[in-house]
Design a binder for this molecule. Structure first.
Ligand code: NAD
Length: 472
């Protein structure tokens, strides 16, 4: 079935675009599964103008009314969860058996959390003779990646809307379809016109939005390369930016860890969504004396993956999102081989059990050194690097040796030791002896993994500007 969405959502109306069409390809088949408009600069102008016009009354709308409208969207996401999960599985390749939880329940919970947290936010505080007030920032451009498409759009847009900002959403051109359903839900819930606007398009639409003088904040999820350009462009009009960028996260297994558990959780983390996860623990740091044992455990876990059609309930390892992504991941694997990393399993060839589709087998390298490209570059695919260390100090040094600092894990039977190591790793989120993703905790990166935080209280506070009222 092909999903055709021929119009953009601007100022509360479904609107024609003079631009061309973007074809959305299925990850498992490469066939066209959807078509959306390629927004033009004029479409971006219209969307920003609509968001600007809607801002004064939206910010003045009582918080309870804003949150009630968001609650309607949250309920509708639950009601349409199966449809959304299937759509995103077809687009991105996420196995359907986890898609509902990973791709739909996460966004629903993000809205629920924003609704619960917002009334508790300290929007006014007294500091000496001043009253410091937080005011909604204005028009927020939400520009997102394709790997968790609905989560990223909702994580930004719902927080901004709750806070009283208006938004223009520019979803990834690779996986834009769920953003159109979100716009349907916004319309059905009865949000005022212009509060949320949707312009699909490629990077050029993103660039137009970032440079636009009518936009107050750019909230971006994507690659560090694009994030650098966006930071530079947004600086020309001194816009607020929140950048959620790439990662090369370390999973530090100390020598007194429960190895079975650390490997089980570590492998699952690295290969979720076929490794196309910004927080993937793509480096496993292992005490040299335990390297052979860990290699065997990792290979056993990897052998359990069943590659196949993401819509088949038996599949637990789907294809990559696109031909371009498959080509890029294969090139990373070949470079790792050329640099002398030792292949434990997988490789750059098309896996025999999936002769078509953008598949790359789960691939593991060992004896990976800090100076190899695999230890430094984000692959954004199913490739795990086992990196041996000799001392705890060296493990910390290796963990901190990349330009990234998004996530990570530390494992030890001695929790005090694990925490001591975790506190020295420069990353936004570090799990100690495994954990569940906590959507209330701030999410974002140190170093070149980003600027700003998403989700929870810290994420909401990004959408405000401070004013100090001074009294004599
Ligand atoms: P990308 O940077 O190519 O594109 C992301 C979005 O930005 C798309 O909508 C694209 O059209 C737009 N874009 C690209 N260049 C732009 C520019 N110069 N100006 C304005 N907009 C621009 O990234 P991708 O391939 O879609 O996603 C993969 C990357 O995203 C990985 O590096 C991954 O780590 C990162 N990511 C980060 C997080 C996080 O929360 N930190 C989450 C998911 C993905």
């Amino acid at each position: 079935m092909t999903t055709v969405r021929g119009q953009l959502f601007i100022g509360g109306e479904w609107t024609d675009s003079a631009g061309g069409t973007i074809e959305v390809l299925g990850a498992a088949t490469g066939e066209v599964i959807g078509r959306v408009p390629a927004g033009t600069p004029a479409d971006v102008d219209a969307a920003v103008a609509a968001a600007r016009a809607a801002f004064p009354s939206w910010r003045a709308t009582p918080m309870g009314e804003r949150l009630e409208l968001l609650r309607q969207v949250e309920l509708a996401l639950s009601a349409r969860a199966d449809e959304l999960a299937s759509l995103i599985s077809a687009e991105v390749g996420t196995p359907l058996r986890v898609s509902r939880m990973l791709q739909v329940e996460g966004p629903r919970r993000a809205i629920e959390n924003y609704r619960r947290l917002l009334p508790e936010l300290p929007l006014e505080e007294k500091i000496g003779p001043s009253v410091v007030i937080r005011e909604p920032l204005g028009v927020v451009a939400c520009i997102t990646a394709w790997n968790y498409p609905l989560q990223q759009v909702v994580g930004k847009a719902a927080g901004a809307l709750a806070a009283g900002c208006t938004v223009v959403v520019k979803p990834s051109e690779v996986a834009p379809l769920s953003a159109f359903i979100l716009a349907d839900l916004i319309e059905e819930a009865g949000f005022p016109p212009g509060v949320l606007n949707l312009v699909s398009g490629d990077r050029r639409s993103g660039e137009t939005l970032v440079a636009h003088p009518g936009v107050d904040m750019v909230h971006f999820t994507g690659s560090t390369t694009a994030g650098r350009h966006i930071g530079a462009s947004a600086a020309q009009t001194v816009k607020r930016t929140s950048l959620e960028l790439g990662g090369k996260s370390p999973n530090v297994i100390l020598d007194d860890a429960d190895l079975d558990l650390a490997v089980k959780v570590g492998v699952a983390n690295c290969f979720t969504n076929s490794g196309q996860t910004c927080t993937a623990w793509s480096r496993m740091l292992v005490h040299r004396s335990q390297l052979a044992q860990v290699e065997a455990l990792v290979a056993q876990r990897v052998a359990r993956y069943r590659l196949g059609d993401p819509l088949d309930p038996d599949t637990n390892f789907g294809p990559l999102v696109s031909a371009e992504q498959q080509k890029s991941v294969r090139a990373h694997i070949r470079r790792a081989m050329a640099d002398g990393a030792r292949l434990v399993c997988g490789g750059p060839e098309q896996p025999p059990e999936t002769p078509s589709g953008y598949f790359v087998a789960p691939t593991v390298f060992s004896d990976v050194r800090v100076d190899m490209r695999l230890a430094q570059e984000e692959v954004f695919g199913p490739v795990l690097a086992l990196m041996p260390y000799d001392t705890e100090e060296e493990a910390i040094e290796i963990a901190n040796s990349t330009i990234y600092g998004l996530a990570g894990g530390v494992w030890s039977r001695d929790t005090t030791r694990a925490e001591r190591v975790a506190r020295r790793i420069r990353s936004g989120q570090i799990d100690i002896n495994g954990s569940f993703f906590n959507p209330l905790a701030p999410f974002g990166g140190h170093k070149q993994s980003g600027i700003g935080r998403e989700l929870g209280v810290h994420g909401l506070l990004e959408f405000y500007e401070l004013t100090s009222l001074q009294y004599a």
